[in-house]
Design a protein around this ligand. Sequence first.
Ligand SMILES: Cc1ncc(COP(=O)(O)O)c(C=O)c1O
Length: 376
Amino acid sequence: MAYIVDLRSDTVTKPTESMKHAMVNSAVGDDVFGEDPTVNALESKVANLLGKQAALFVPSGTMANLIAIMVHCNKRGSEAIVGNLAHIYKYEQGGAAHVAGVLLSTVQNKPDGTFDLQEVENRIRGSDIHEPITSMVAIENTHNVCGGKVLPLQWIDELSELCKRHSIPLHMDGARLLNASAYLEVPAERIVRGCDSVALCFSKGLSAPVGSAIVGSCHFIQQARRMRKMLGGGMRQSGVLAAAAIVALDEIAPKLALDHKRAQRLGKVIEGLFLKTFSVDVASQHTNMVLVRIAEHSPLCAESVLARLAQVSLAETQGDCKTPDDEGVIVKAICFNDKTIRLTLHTEISDNDLWLAIMKITYVFKELEAAHPLIS
Ligand SMILES: Cc1ncc(COP(=O)(O)O)c(C=O)c1O
């Protein structure tokens, strides 16, 4: 069997031994009655970490975002403004419309994950009887589709001021907020200071098996708790899961910067190959994701490159990609679009795994460039 280095996503991370130990030994109760001590401990811990009054443990990031939308946009005819590359818009099945009856109105994301503040201000509506009522603005930090980009603090602060001027709540999809905190070297609390609600995932780079938190004021969380129950997210003895999330915050969060360092190393190696077909913009790479662009004039597409990375040729097993059992290496990644591949570093990727991935990617990229020159 070939050795697999799985760089598809940080969501592939499995619970660590200490998480499993904590899960087995967790004190539990019925959380729908508010009686699970481990869930209560996690919720206080996250609220403290983000400098907000209260938090709620929910099954997923998608549910956390949907609950935020349902609480903030609780009038019929509401809309939420989001970036056109936001996870909420692209990858949550339009749950806002589907379940909550809320219109998602998009503004164009820039490559750094931000959007134009003037455009947001121009788009706010609701005073005219013909218009929907803008009831929320949502941002994403780090920004997934933009390659794990960290939003600039000043931009978040300015957007927050704008939202306050118009009395519109600001929500942050902070699925990977702690990656942003590690990159900026500032507490998460500072990053979300101007946000009314925040969603934070434990099951991405933090390696817990399940769960997210939604954080905000006591009043917001009271309503969020009602929404969670209605959506079927009341989880009873969920301390078993919260226990892993607590370990994730204590033991994995402090190590996120190492994933970023490894992502830099991988990006620099690809950049340093000076290939015409494959490029990486390492200077704009912030956290644990490496975006590899395939040149427009290349006949290759992301799918075909991924298919090659998932195969082992005979020549490879005799060359640099050799593993101890001579079976070769497979690198798994995902394609973002026809010409973009995403490689994501996470806590299960050791230095040795990274080295094997680098050898394999170098080999395959050189081979593909030689076999498929650019079309002039
Ligand atoms: C930025 C962002 N928000 C939300 C989610 C949704 O999280 P979940 O898969 O837990 O529903 C994801 C998942 O990858 C994400 O990347």
